[in-house]
Design a protein around this ligand. Structure first.
Ligand code: SDX
Length: 425
């Protein structure tokens, strides 16, 4: 690849430097293009735009590759733990035993919430969507932990990162318990991250809670699969919010709000509800015709970057089979999902558009089997993605070249005109 591009407009030529990455597409640097040409570049959905430089996650959409700090997702899912992946995303390297012990202790001892914070949940109706509760609760964290919102203090940045990773399971479990009308369950320091979360969700005062190692492992894997994903919509939201100097609690709350959208993190709830609506295998052809007639989308299918399989979907399907097998559940929706996938992958309509199952296609069946209602699915996504958001926020904030994000526009509205009094209109 050349080290510059030359753009000719009329009798003018503009040289644009080509910047090279360690892998994946190189970029054409247009930072000075407007100053030199009086022209903006135009890319509303950012389909051809790199918004930043990053060292955290790499995706090759054509090859179905996902790397976190260079480590393939299938190796991390098989060999690592979510908390170790959190350390890797935040610090760039896998921890040694001493580093992991310290990190595990720091996260464990931040899992409790201020006692007054529990009263915050009571302001919501019991039937509030858990994502509405998450958006509000996380946005309120700065009101309870104002001692770690000075973004210019590296120690406060580290504490707020630890607090967010540690407290998201406690908040998510409280959103679930509040929605279910059951008493809150406090975290316990002798449990692992995922075991602690499952206990806070499913323990009830009436009986002892017994951990299931298969479900704990499945939960941990699901968190790993959702931890980070390059510059997706919610991560870009977090970066843009953080570029103004907003503190991490506010930025993560903005990310949660964006993730809730049905085209993004809300798709896992939509995908399961779609499978429930289809109901049985014999209804699939009629449903597919509706997709082709553009009445609705096939939820859990398609991706802006993956134009081949989503490597997370493969791992998610494997976890789905493990959980259903462990629980002895024969969920007819799994049969519908597998038949739908088989039909879609052989249909020219989907092949031409390079539509493959994404991570959301099988996650809903798995989470429902574990006892979560579909309204909790995006909450679990937000819980896991918090480490990705805060790692990307940290990288953005600590970049010496950091500037406030301020896109421009192609203006096609009214040109200047004079105000007319109402009796002249
Ligand atoms: C996530 O970015 C990330 O990394 C996100 C994520 C993460 O980890 O952060 O991976 C998580 O958000 C996964 C995606 C979850 N969303 C869904 O499952 C919802 C259904 N999928 C679509 O909404 C869609 O596929 C998107 C939004 C995911 C991607 O859309 P694009 O890249 O903007 O593609 P497009 O809309 O330009 O579609 C290209 C064509 C269009 O057809 P034509 O107009 O060219 O005829 O494919 C069609 C679309 O209509 N299409 C679909 C489809 N997705 C795209 N048709 C039917 N069903 C679908 N799911």
């Amino acid at each position: 690849m050349a080290d510059k591009a030359t753009l000719t407009i009329g009798d003018q030529s503009f040289d644009l430097p080509i910047l090279k990455g360690t892998t994946g597409p190189d970029v054409m640097d247009v930072r000075k293009f407007y100053a030199d040409s009086d022209l903006f570049t135009f890319d509303p959905g950012f389909t051809s735009t790199a918004s930043c430089e990053s060292k955290i996650t790499f995706i090759d959409g054509d090859a179905g590759i996902l790397l976190h700090r260079g480590y393939p997702i299938d190796q991390l899912v098989e060999k690592s733990s979510f908390l170790e992946v959190c350390y890797l995303l935040l610090h760039g390297e896998l921890p040694n035993a001493a580093e992991f012990e310290t990190f595990d202790h720091n996260i464990t001892y931040h899992t409790m919430l201020h006692a007054q914070f529990d009263r915050f949940f009571e302001g919501f109706r019991r039937d509030a969507h858990p994502m509405a509760i998450m958006t509000g609760a996380v946005g309120a964290l700065s009101a309870f932990y104002a001692d770690s919102i000075n973004v210019d203090d590296p120690r406060e940045r580290e504490i707020s990162a630890h607090r967010l990773i540690a407290k998201m399971p406690t908040i998510a479990a409280r959103a679930f318990k509040y929605h279910m009308g059951q008493p809150f369950v406090s975290p316990r320091n002798n449990l692992s991250y995922s075991e602690n979360f499952l206990r806070m969700c499913f323990a009830v005062p009436a009986e002892d809670w017994v951990p299931n190692p298969i479900l704990t492992r499945a939960m941990d894997r699901i968190f790993i699969l959702h931890a980070d994903h390059e510059q997706n919509a919610s991560t870009s939201t977090v970066r843009l919010a953080g570029s103004s100097g907003a503190h991490p609690f506010a930025c993560i709350a903005a990310g949660i709000a964006c993730l809730w959208g049905p085209s993004h993190g809300g798709a896992n709830q939509e995908a399961l509800e779609m499978l429930e609506e289809i109901g049985t295998v014999d209804k699939i052809p009629e449903f597919i015709e509706g997709v082709k007639a553009r009445k609705y989308k096939l939820m859990g299918f398609g991706h802006r970057v993956y134009k081949n399989f989503d490597p997370r979907a493969t791992a998610m399907q494997k976890t789905c089979h493990e959980v259903l097998g462990e629980l002895g559940i024969n969920d007819p929706l799994l049969e519908v999902a597998m038949e739908l996938e088989k039909i879609a992958l052989s249909d020219p309509y989907f092949i031409e558009r390079k539509l493959y199952p994404n991570i959301d296609f099988y996650s809903g069946i798995t989470l429902r089997a574990m006892g979560f209602p579909s309204k909790m699915f995006t909450v679990l996504f937000a819980l896991a993605r918090t480490v990705g958001w805060i790692s990307q926020w940290k990288e953005m904030f600590e970049d010496p070249a950091r500037k406030i994000g301020r896109p421009r526009q192609l203006y096609t509205g009214a040109t200047q005109r004079d105000y007319a009094p109402i009796d002249k209109r």
